[in-house]
Design a protein around this ligand. Structure first.
Ligand code: ADP
Ligand code: MG
Length: 279
């Protein structure tokens, strides 16, 4: 990648935004993903659902190009992931060092830097785009604050603003709602809703089966292999979910409905919300 300018690869007309063909990833010979194929088309909203260790974060890293697949191909608009600035990536919060001393403004300006190259000074237009992105993510009042002193929901909105400033066409969000209170979750979801109506695609790793049932066009059910890819009604059934979650799935028959709870490991906060099963 050149520091002087970023010239993103051509976007092949009509190619899917993201396309994986037979992608496998191994960490020192231990397979994390095996033979994954799927497409994400323009403006689609897709959830990646699966237990801890299923390979969700690995999948995102292979799409943004920070991990190389051991087999298979990743295409972004028809070419390899390197240097594409059309993907905005919001990593899992526990993978970020929050002690890093930067302001919210700086974090969002990094989205512009990704576009214009490190050595070009941001101009008036770039500052305007940062302001607009902060406003859209309801974070304009936070601009001068240090990123490390914000709440989880505020941090998540700042990272959404960074992706907007980058003019991303698709956002990859790794468990954006985990650990957030309900109002913060609602704020993030309403921002995502706005993105969808502007044709920006989103791929979201989530533990929340209830939200996955309502909010996404499609579900990718993952546990190292792709167990299913389809609309929520087809995928969120006790049979499909137990193939992904195994013993971590609790089926609760109630008088009104059968509810599935995905237990993600340790604490009540991490207990995924329930989903009413359709079959
Ligand atoms: P998820 O995000 O669904 O919890 P991950 O993609 O983080 O899953 O991990 C998938 C598997 O790969 C797990 O078994 C995890 O321990 C392993 N893994 C993830 N990152 C690394 C790494 N950097 N080195 C070695 N193993 C890893
Ligand atoms: Mg993860």
């Amino acid at each position: 990648m050149s520091l002087f300018s970023r010239r993103p690869p051509e976007h092949r007309h009509n190619a899917p935004t993201i396309e994986l063909e037979g992608v496998s990833v191994a960490y020192s010979d231990r397979p994390a993903l095996e033979d994954i194929s799927f497409q994400l088309r323009r403006g689609e909203r897709v959830a990646v659902v699966g237990p801890n260790g299923a390979g969700k974060s690995t999948l995102f890293n292979v799409i943004v190009g920070t991990i190389q697949p051991s087999a298979g191909q990743v295409h972004i608009y028809g070419s390899g992931p390197a240097e594409h600035t059309c993907i905005g990536y919001v990593p899992q919060r526990n993978s970020i060092d929050w002690r890093f001393p930067v302001t919210v403004w700086d974090v969002v300006m990094m989205g512009r830097t990704a576009r214009i190259g490190l050595l070009r000074r941001p101009g008036r237009q770039d500052r305007l785009m940062v302001e607009q992105a902060l406003a859209e993510a309801q974070a304009d009042h936070l601009a001068r604050r240090q990123i490390g002193e914000l709440s989880g929901g505020q941090q998540q909105r700042v990272f959404l603003a960074r992706a907007l400033a980058q003019e991303a066409e698709v956002l990859l969000l790794d468990e954006p709602l985990t650990g957030l209170d309900t109002p913060s979750q609602q704020a993030v979801l309403s921002i995502l809703d706005g993105l969808g109506s502007r044709g920006i695609g989103v791929l979201v790793a989530t533990h929340d089966l209830g939200q996955a049932a309502q909010f996404y066009h499609r579900i990718l059910l993952l546990n190292r292999r792709l167990i299913g890819d389809g609309p929520p009604a087809q995928l969120l059934t006790s049979q499909m979910l137990s193939r992904a979650y195994g013993s971590h799935l609790h089926i609760l028959p109630t008088t009104e409905a059968t509810i599935a709870l995905a237990d993600e490991c340790c604490s009540d906060e991490e207990m995924g919300a329930g989903v009413e099963l359709t079959g």
